[in-house]
Write a protein that binds this ligand. Structure first.
Ligand code: ATP
Ligand code: MG
Length: 436
């Protein structure tokens, strides 16, 4: 029989055999966010389209070409979130979270939807971990989220992820810079790609981000934003660098980083690698001081980053970093006959209540097939319960790795027997490892 349909183009499944990798990363990220006093925010997967138009920016590729937008039966325009920041900012305002005191520090895990051309490490549904800070313009806040991302990458054992840093100024100094950029790119009008031609008027900085070889070649000699920063923006940028220097975080200044979304001001940064081909940006972020006003709130300087989970996993794989597998089955109990099967079932439940992993037969396999299965799932111990064991009230635990056999009573002392066997086996392993 043929499958009636397959997964939607550009979306991926995470199968049970691989989900531990995602869980591991999420665990490390939650812990890291906790150490910085960030709390999780969860927002809906869809929002009113207007939010992204205003929040992400009408002139961005994301809004112009990449959004999954549809009308509801009631005629409301809804969009699947293409990123996590706009929804978080909307929730902050809607629930007046700022009344609880500023800054608000939140982290999120979101699935995102962008109608993009599928390539290696570029999907139509992908996942981000992100951090958001609302209500501070201090450069210490910029440094805090950057160091948090850097610490996370260190914890995961990643190497050769370069932090690239830039400041794109504020609306005031950017006016002058846009003028200079327009004047520069006007000279090459006949060579720029179509998209960049349309950017020339509305958002010339985005030309610096163009991936076409002709445009990026032209962009090489474009005026640099750092020469146009006003005094306040310069001072802010100095501040961010100072904090990073203070804790020995290395970075390179890259005046070509402008980020894909319109709402950025001042600090922008990316963690990039050369190991993922064209999709080298693992994490990107910066400051968006105008965003909250843009979506209808009071002026609230804010900042954050988003990290692509799929790209992070791909990079870890490329660097041969092994994610620890969760511990497997502690005890497999095979029950033979109705009475023994029930007894096995009850013991399994008790072991599970003690938060250990126990398994038994829920398929109806033969004893041989059950032992094969116990081996396949990597059971540490196995035990067979048949009529004899029930009558004599004792059974034999088998250490599946060494083959050692240990007698255990089947009464209230069973747990004591099982735990001692477990601890002894672990100790023996440890001693062996220590060569003693
Ligand atoms: P890119 O230049 O790769 O298109 P972007 O500027 O559109 O990235 P952001 O909107 O800043 O990306 O998203 C933050 C991170 O999310 C990126 O650095 C990347 O790791 C990840 N990401 C973005 N788009 C995709 C996608 N289509 N598939 C997988 N990951 C993505
Ligand atoms: Mg993009």
């Amino acid at each position: 029989m043929a499958l009636i349909t397959k997964r939607v183009y550009g979306a991926e499944d995470v199968l049970p055999k691989d989900s531990y990798k995602w869980q591991f990363l999420e665990d490390v990220m939650r812990k890291e966010a906790n150490t910085h006093g960030f709390k999780e925010i969860r927002t809906p997967v869809f929002e009113h389209t207007e939010l992204f138009k205003r929040g992400v920016g009408d002139t961005t590729d994301v809004v112009q070409k990449e959004m999954y937008t549809f009308d509801t039966k009631g005629g409301t325009s809804i969009t699947l979130r293409p990123e996590g920041t706009a929804g978080a900012a909307r929730a902050l305002l809607e629930h007046a979270i700022y009344n609880d005191g500023l800054p608000v520090k939140a982290y999120y895990f979101v699935s995102c939807y962008r109608y993009e051309k599928k390539q290696a490490n570029r999907y139509r549904e992908f996942h981000q971990y992100g951090m958001e800070v609302y209500g501070t313009s201090s450069p210490a806040a910029d440094a805090e989220i950057i160091t948090s991302a850097a610490t996370l990458f260190e914890r995961l054992g990643l190497q050769n992820l370069q932090l690239e840093l830039n400041s794109i100024g504020c609306p005031t100094c950017r006016k002058e810079y846009h003028k200079a950029l327009r004047a520069y790119f006007e000279q090459y009008k006949d060579q720029l790609c179509e998209t960049c031609l349309s950017r020339l008027d509305r958002n010339p900085m985005r030309i610096l981000d163009c991936k076409s070889s002709v445009c990026s070649k032209i962009a090489e000699n474009a005026p640099t934003v750092l020469d146009y920063l006003c005094d306040d923006c310069k001072e802010h940028f100095q501040g961010v660098k100072g904090y990073l220097d203070a804790c020995g975080i290395s970075y390179v200044i890259n005046p070509k980083i402008v980020r894909g979304l319109d709402y950025y001001t001042r600090t922008v940064f990316e963690f990039v690698t050369t190991q993922l081909g064209a999709q080298g940006t693992v994490c990107g972020g910066g400051r968006y001081d105008g965003l909250i006003e843009e979506i209808g709130g009071q002026h609230t300087p804010s900042l954050g980053f988003a990290l692509g989970m799929e790209r992070l996993l791909a990079l870890m794989e490329a660097q041969g970093i092994e994610i620890p597998k969760p511990s497997g089955c502690d005890l497999y109990i095979a029950g033979l006959g109705e009475q023994a099967q029930k007894k096995a079932f009850a013991i399994i439940r008790e072991i599970r209540q003690a938060s250990l992993n126990a398994e038994g037969d829920i398929v109806g396999r033969s004893l041989r097939a059950q032992m094969k299965y116990a081996d396949k799932i990597g059971a540490k111990f196995s035990m067979v319960l048949g009529d004899d064991e029930i009558t004599n009230n004792k059974a034999v635990l088998k250490n599946m790795e060494t083959g050692d056999k240990i007698d255990v009573p089947l009464d209230e002392n069973f747990f004591q027997g099982f735990f001692s066997a477990y601890v002894e086996a672990d100790q023996a392993k440890l001693l062996q490892k220590m060569d003693m």
